[in-house]
Every structure is written in C-alpha cells, then in structure tokens.
Design a protein around this ligand. Structure first.
Ligand code: NAG
Ligand code: NAG
Ligand code: NAG
Ligand code: NAG
Ligand code: NAG
Length: 765
C-alpha cells in the first residue's frame, strides 16, 4: 500500500521530536530507521537552515521596489565569501517579502556567525521544525442544501479563496472536481506546479511546494493530511463516501464552492520553519482570502513564532487566519498558535459513533468504537486474555514484539493505549501473535474518549472505566471470555459535542490576558478525502482525529462568512463566530469534556461553532491591525520585538500601551489579585439599524462584575458604542479553593433576536 503514514505515527514522532532530544541528529536518525527502515535516511550534514532578517531599505535600495532577482543578488552579496564560492549549490532557499524582510539560507554555524556581523542583518537563527496537528459534519453544524440555510446565504463560499498550508494535495480526488465552478477571481496570482496528467482546475486553483527534498518535488500529498484537511474546508459533494461501509453518506466540505490553493510546507517528518514562512509569504502575495494551518509548534513569545508573524502580515491584508490549537491536551497551558489575530481552534466530538461493543462472558456489554467492522466475525464468546498478564508493562501496551511470550492464540486480547505506540500497531501485534480480536482500553487521561480507527483485526476501543471493569472481570474467573459485536454507524449522540481529550487547553502561555482557545469545532473521527483507498472503495476516504481536523472546519466557515459579509474584517468574522457559539450540547446540557464533566472555558473558549448564527451576530467586537500595537507594547516587548511582528519600526514610548485584557477581544481572561480591574469593550452594530440591547451577566464565582451602561441603544448600522466592565474581587471564601472561575457577559436585543455572548475566565492570584 502506498499510503505513506497514518497520522497517529506522525503525532507520535512529533511528540518524541518535540522533546529536548529533537536536535540530536543521532536520535532523529535512530527514530527514522526504526519507523522507516526501508527509506533512505538523510544523514544531517553540517549545513543548517537559518532564517535571516534584514533591515529594510539599506544598501541595496528599498526592498519593496526590488524584483526578486535583485533581492536575491542583494541577499547573496551579504553572505560570507565561503558560501559565495560554493558553486555547487544555491544556499539561499527562500526569499520573504510579506511576512518579513529576509530570506532562509543553508549555512554552517561559523558562516551564520559571520553573517550576523553584517550591519544590514537584524538576526540570524537556525530554523525549527513544526508539527502537523493531526460526511456528516455539515448537517451536524446546521449546513444543508436547499433554501434558507447559510450555504444559500453565502453561495457556498463562491468567489472566496482558501489557502491551506499542509502536506500537499491529491488533485484528482473527486472532492476537488471543478464541475460547475467559476473561473478564479481576477485578483488571483497563484501558480500550479503540477504537470502532465495532474493539473489544477477551477476548484484547485493553485498548488505550490516548498519542500526541497528530491522525493517531494511536486505539491502531491504522500501523507494524506493535506488532502484530508483541504476537503474538510472546501471539498465538493461526493456521494457514497464511506470507510469500510461506515460513516456512509455524501462527503462535502464546509465551503464547497470556494476555490482552493494548497501550499505544501510539510512532509512525513514535519514542517520546516523556512517552508512555513515561504508558504505564508507566497499565499499572501497570491491573493488568498482565508489561510488554514493545521500546524503548530510549542508556544513562545509572539515575535518568535513564525505562524504568528505570517498571520499578522495576512490580517493586515484582510486575510482571515485559522489555526489548530494543538493535540497536547488535556493538561492546561498546552496550546499552539496563541496570537490574538489568529482564530485558535480546539477539537470536539460529533454525534456520530461507529459502534463496536465488547461483550463479556458475564453478560456485561461495553460500547466502544472501530471503523473496521468485518461482517463475518463470530458473535460466539472466545477466550479473553489481558496482554499484561505476565506482568510486563510493554506487553500490557501490546508493543511490537511484546506478545511473543503471552498465550494469545485464538483469543480476544485486552491491550492498553499509550507508550507512543499507534493504536492500529497494537492490533497488528495481536494479529501477528495469533490473537483473533483486540479490546483496546483507554488511559485515565483519555478516559471516555475512544477513537474510531481502521484496525487490522476485529477490535473495539473502549473507555478507561470500561477497561477497568474488563480487567476485574478477567481477575474474577479462571475462564474469562469475550467477543466483539459490531453496531455500525450510529448518529444522534446527545452528549455531542464534547471536548476531546487531546484538544490543547489554555490559559495562553504567550499572552495570558487573552483567552484561548477561541472556539471548538468537529475534530474527532472526521471522514474526509484520502489519497489512497484503505478498503478498495473508490473514491477514497479516511477517518482521522485531531485539531488538524477542527481547524479546516472553521476555515471553511470563515470563507462562507467572507462571502456573505465582504466588508467584515478578520476580527469581525472571528467575533461573529465566537459571540454566537453554543455553550450547550445537543442534549441541552453544558458541553462536557473527556471525563464527562462540564468542560471549562480553557477547553471550550467561546464554545462550539454555530455557523448559522455566526452569519447574523447582531454586534461584533472589531479590531484594526494597528490596535495590536498598544497591546504588543503592553506585553512589555521591546521596540525591536514589536517591530518584528509589525514589519515596521515601532516606538513604544510614543504609544499609549494597554494591558492585554483591554484589547477589544470577544472574551476576557483576567488574572485577579486583591484589587479591582476595569476595562472597556466597543461594540459595532452589524444587525438591524435601530435596536436596544440589555446586558445579562453571569458573574464568575468569587468575582463581582459591574457593567456600564447596562442598556445600549443603536440607531444605525456600523455605529460603535463603548461599555466598561469592572472585575471586583470578593471575599476569598466565596470561591472556595477554586484556582479560577468563569462566567459570561451577554448582550440581548429587545426583540430577543440577537444574543451576543462573550466568556470570562478569572484566574485568582
Ligand atoms: C516518495 O515518492 C514515492 C512515489 O511517488 C511515494 O510512493 C513515496 O511514498 C514517497 N515518499 C515520501 C517519504 O514522501
Ligand atoms: C472474513 O473475511 C475477510 C475478508 O473478507 C477474510 O480475510 C477473513 O479471513 C474472514 N474471516 C473469517 C473468520 O472467515
Ligand atoms: C518485557 O518485554 C519486552 C519485549 O518483549 C522485553 O524486551 C523486556 O525485557 C521485558 N521486560 C521484562 C521485565 O520482562
Ligand atoms: C487483577 O489482579 C492483579 C493481580 O492479582 C492485580 O494486580 C490487579 O490490580 C487486579 N485488577 C483489578 C482491576 O482488579
Ligand atoms: C509590564 O511591565 C509593567 C511594569 O513593570 C508591569 O506592571 C506589567 O505587569 C508588565 N506586563 C506584562 C504583561 O508582563
């Protein structure tokens, strides 16, 4: 099978590579050899890729007016002579014009030091590697064909261009067919770097690659991740989509009539910083309207985060940027992509389960999930064994080779998740050792949050509590037995949406005064296009989970809103999405997390996206690009650091800086000590011309909230009104020993049509 790599392995590699060991070439080589034994390993040479920033308008003239040839020769002239005499290779890999003034170049550490000495050079630093954050969802989100819905109000995203930075694309997949699509808008300047049999069309209007390795010289997707995310954002209608007969239906993306441009910046080993910058730089130049990045690194200062830098240049041009929040949950402060000018998207479950139940000899039945559901598997009880019964922890995880000494032949085998081993590999190990089926139990961390995987044998993935019950049943009898009953696709789970265990949580590390994530959207067991068939079905689809899957849902929804509200800024679109989000699940109860407990605001942000309501929010909290300058100065960044983000000189002493919570953001994240804090927010009327709103306050436990005025009357569209908010600490005993509490501020229109809500998080100091 050509399928390069299932996603879980990428996640696994990444989790390993993100540890401090990731700079050690020997370690990386060992990992690569272990998992890709048949592939050639690039033995790292002494050249590293560096990102070089230069001063604007020096020596070689004004950078803005230079063509790329001139720019290239100017940058080349700055390089140490040792690199210039190197005729064999062009050391400069990318030129940047939009996201920064500078370039990426391959240098030895000595050459980098020499370059840093040049007067024209601001900074030289080695690039980092970023990771990928790896139907039914349209109707789950209230998008339907026919009259009245958001698809008809927004022409299904017609005329909008969504740019996706990812692993490339499968251009001939029917999800990217251009039947009935108009020509690209006149402003489009992108290129298609496919040739021959594979081409772009009026749907896929651009495809470029920024991966330099020889095997990846086309924007073709060898991983699957890019094909999956692109079809989620903007795939066309494809009937009869399914994987092994499950999740059957019409597959379609969020904005089926939007145009798609793909920027290949990642391969199976991750995404290099120089390529991400080049992809964003190019997409901005090409004329995309929405940028979607299911990619992220560890959080750091905003001026040191290439996605934050690129995104700032994008929003300055009115481009909406949606990014995955990361898959490092459920712990706190685990987010990627925290900049306030980015929409940071966490992941939720959908109401579709692909049910496989573990039935035990004592009659107990535990529902779990699996995509692979063979119809010839016996429903007779078979001997059941716990893989860890010999007391070896690697056996309990069903690690490769660990079941050699465990008697699993002909049995159903209970395995545990974890150990950085793919869930599907555990099934392969059971199969190799002669087991006939697998029950995979969750860890406490993932709890009630099982995954529907394409297993290689009859299997089910059950919750942690179910796993404990199965273990104690095994202990209770000398002849434990079990089987697996396949229940197929079941729609209508009222506990959906729930926050997934892996979805990264706030508070924000880079800017604790901004609440993140912003929003949650579907990211668990998502069916979307795939380069190759897993089950001989054509066209091919796969089911994956990750904030990589939730991000493109929001990118597509942003494209719909851009079509129906062409005059809205990126911040207005984001506000519309956030203030209209759902706080409750399909059953009308609070959104839960993987423990089946109410999810807190650091998991949900504003809540679960509600596209229909986002299209008519009534009011928005708008932000202009320049409003971020006082905010960035208020973060106590130096002038130079703020300048790196703004791409222009900034003198913070001339700017009235503001605390983070004073940015006109559609949420509040407050760190409250013993003194009260006061902020303002400005509402812009985008609903009916003449309308009165009253405030409804849900005060966080232990905090008094004062709002003034409590009633606001608008008399025209686009009118702005400012209100003030006070956060007053109450007696400590009111909050018990809670480290933080949460609430909301909601403006409700007199006729009840509009309800504009923002969440509040208060961390007690
Ligand atoms: C390299 O290209 C071949 C042929 O297109 C493909 O089968 C293989 O998966 C690619 N490998 C990687 C690492 O992308
Ligand atoms: C069930 O069917 C699959 C493929 O159709 C086959 O590989 C497998 O051996 C069958 N299993 C049994 C128990 O008959
Ligand atoms: C557990 O099993 C693994 C793999 O089979 C083996 O390498 C390891 O030595 C075993 N550990 C113990 C404590 O027996
Ligand atoms: C099952 O028995 C083993 C060994 O006697 C013990 O370590 C384990 O805690 C028991 N598990 C449960 C769930 O009762
Ligand atoms: C910035 O510095 C001021 C003065 O020292 C301090 O009051 C404020 O809390 C700092 N802000 C941040 C975000 O660290």
């Amino acid at each position: 099978m050509e399928l390069a790599l299932p996603l879980a392995l990428i996640f696994m590699l990444i989790s390993i590579c993100q540890t401090s060991a990731h700079r050690n070439p020997e370690f990386v080589k060992a990992i690569k050899e272990h998992y890709f034994p048949t592939q050639e390993i690039d033995v790292p040479n002494s050249l590293l890729t560096y990102i070089v920033r230069v001063k604007k308008g020096d020596e070689g003239g004004d950078g803005d007016s230079l063509g790329s040839m001139d720019l290239h020769s100017w940058y080349h002239s700055l390089l140490p002579s040792s690199t210039r005499s190197d005729q064999k290779q062009n050391r400069i890999t990318f030129l940047y014009r939009n996201v920064m003034d500078g370039f990426s170049v391959e240098l030895t550490p000595e050459e980098a030091d020499a370059l840093q000495e040049k007067e024209e050079v601001v900074s030289v630093r080695p690039e980092r590697t970023f990771s990928l954050h790896t139907t039914h969802t349209p109707s789950f989100l209230g998008l339907q064909q026919g009259l009245g819905g958001l698809w008809s109000n927004s022409d299904s995203g017609k005329g909008i261009i969504i740019g996706i930075l990812d692993t490339g694309i499968t251009p001939d997949h029917p999800s990217f067919s251009d039947e009935g699509m108009p020509f690209p808008p006149a402003k489009w300047k992108g290129l298609c770097e496919f040739s021959g049999r594979r081409t772009c069309n009026n749907k896929l209007i651009g495809a470029r690659h920024f991966i330099k390795s020889s095997n990846s010289s086309l924007p073709l997707d060898h991983v699957g991740h890019g094909t999956h995310t692109a079809s989620t954002a903007t795939g066309r209608f494809v009937q009869g989509a399914n994987v092994f007969g499950n999740a059957k239906g019409t597959a379609v993306g969020m904005a089926p009539d939007a145009h798609l441009a793909i920027y290949k910046v990642c391969d199976i080993f991750g995404c290099s910083e120089s390529a991400i910058l080049a992809g964003m730089d190019t997409a901005i130049e090409d004329g995309v309207d929405v940028l979607s990045l299911s990619i992220g690194g560890r959080s750091g200062p905003l001026f040191d985060d290439p996605i934050a830098l690129g995104a700032f240049s994008a929003i300055q041009k009115g481009i909406f940027v949606s990014c995955s929040a990361g898959n490092s949950g459920p712990g706190y402060t685990t987010l990627s992509n925290e900049a306030p000018w980015i929409l940071t998207v966490g992941a939720s479950t959908i109401d579709r389960r692909i049910v496989a139940a573990a039935k035990l000899g004592n009659g107990q039945v535990f529902n779990g999930e699996s995509v692979f559901q063979p119809n010839n598997f016996t429903s007779t009880l078979l001997p059941l064994v716990y893989a860890g019964s010999i007391g070896n922890s690697s056996s309990s995880l069903c690690a490769p080779g660990s079941l050699e000494n465990v008697d699993v032949k002909g049995k159903v085998v209970l395995c545990e998740v974890g150990g950085f081993i793919r869930r599907v590999s555990k099934g392969q190990e059971v199969k190799n050792a002669g087991g006939v089926a697998m029950i995979l139990m969750n860890s406490l961390k993932e709890d009630f949050n099982p995954f529907a995987d394409v297993h290689v044998l009859p299997a089910t993935h059950v919750s942690y509590p179910a796993g404990l019950a199965i273990k104690s049943y095994i202990n209770s009898t000398s002849t434990p037995t079990a089987t697996i009953l396949f229940g197929g696709t079941v729609i209508g789970s009222v506990s959906a949406p729930a926050v997934t265990s892996f979805s990264s949580r706030g508070p924000s590390f880079a800017s604790p005064g901004i609440l993140k994530p912003d929003i949650i959207g579907p990211g668990q067991n998502i069916l979307a296009a795939w380069p190759v068939s897993l089950d001989n079905n054509v066209p091919s689809f796969n089911i994956l989970s990750g904030t990589s899957m939730s991000c493109p849902h929001l990118s597509g929804i942003a494209a719909l809103l851009k079509n129906s509200h062409p005059d809205w800024s990126p911040a207005a679109i984001k506000s519309a999405i956030m203030t209209s989000a759902n706080a409750v699940n399909l059953g009308g109860k609070s959104i839960l997390d993987e423990r089946l407990l109410p999810a807190d605001v650091f998991a949900t942000g504003a809540g679960h996206v509600n596209p229909l309501k986002a299209n008519d929010p009534g009011l928005v909290y708008d932000i202009e690009p320049n409003d971020y300058i006082p905010y960035l100065c208020g973060l106590n960044y130096t002038d130079e650091e703020v300048g790196l983000i703004l791409n222009q000189n900034v003198d913070c002493s001339q700017v009235k800086s503001i605390p983070q919570a004073q940015l006109n953001y559609p949420s509040f994240s407050i760190r409250l000590g013993s003194t009260s804090q006061f902020y303002t927010r400005t509402l812009t009327n985008v609903g009916a011309a003449s309308v009165t709103y009253n405030v409804e306050i849900e005060a966080p436990l232990g905090v008094g909230i004062s709002i003034s005025p409590a009633e606001i009357t608008f008399t025209e569209v686009k009118q702005k009104v400012t209100y003030s908010v006070g956060f007053v600490p109450e007696d400590k005993k009111n909050r018990g020993n809670h480290p933080f509490s949460q609430g909301s501020i909601r403006w409700v229109s007199g006729n009840g049509k509009y309800s504009v809500s923002i969440p509040i998080a208060v961390v007690f100091l």
